[in-house]
Design a protein around this ligand. Sequence first.
Ligand SMILES: NC(=O)c1ccc[n+]([C@@H]2O[C@H](COP(=O)([O-])OP(=O)(O)OC[C@H]3O[C@@H](n4cnc5c(N)ncnc54)[C@H](O)[C@@H]3O)[C@@H](O)[C@H]2O)c1
Length: 251
Amino acid sequence: MREDRFTGKTAFITGAGRGMGYQVALDMAKEGAKLVVSDVDDEALASADETLTRQGFPVLALKCDVSSRKQVDEAIDRTIAEYGRLDILINNAGLLKSFLIEDTSDELIDKTLDVNVKGILYAIRKAAPIMKKQKYGRIINVASITGKSGDNSTTFVYGASKGAVISLTRSVARQLGPFGITCNAIAPHAVMTKMMEYWDDAKKEETAGKIPVRRLGTIQDMSYLMMYLASDEAGFVNGETVNINGGYYMD
Ligand SMILES: NC(=O)c1ccc[n+]([C@@H]2O[C@H](COP(=O)([O-])OP(=O)(O)OC[C@H]3O[C@@H](n4cnc5c(N)ncnc54)[C@H](O)[C@@H]3O)[C@@H](O)[C@H]2O)c1
């Protein structure tokens, strides 16, 4: 890790209260980024804010439900008011609820698409003119293996939402690339966060046994990849959705 990789850069991270969003916030701060950490969960947000601030990092903590266009717009306005720039946008907030296809409610369909897809569309729409003016931007979207493979164990809505993330990543990469802005996604699998609490030990062991590197993923694994995609070094990587799953799924 280089201490100055993100010096002078402002990073806005959604769902940064815990899990991989929090880890990438912490790691980017260590490398010089000014942070906007946002989350819908008050407790998680307060905890992230407190931990980062205690370590002396510049942090603006904003409550933001990404499924609300108004809240996303206001949070990005606050970012510009505070820091004057928005260099890195990490669309990490996501929702996963498991139901059989026939038990999937209208509410679940709406909520999953609102958070996992519309939240990203809102944030990118708001950030695009700012980044264009700067002639610089790095956008990282958190998709999932399910967006590529289809979802065999949870809800088909989640898989559909992550497929949309992969598609929109490519559109944004094409349309904003000429302005010095790149847009990429990561497609994780089996990262032990709160979202995966519903996996019991047997499921974890079985899954790790099927992964070529014979372990589950960590939030640190995710953070390293997101930081690379957010760095200047990744300027020629654009429109990709990078698998990060220990070799479980390759394409
Ligand atoms: N953990 C995995 O194995 C895995 C695999 C593939 C993809 N993902 C994706 O990784 C991303 C991060 O998830 P995680 O594993 O760190 O789980 P997590 O549950 O620990 O973190 C998700 C964060 O998003 C926040 N969030 C949820 N809804 C929100 C909303 N409407 N507005 C703002 N914030 C909201 C939560 O409060 C939480 O802090 C998600 O997009 C998830 O779909 C995770």
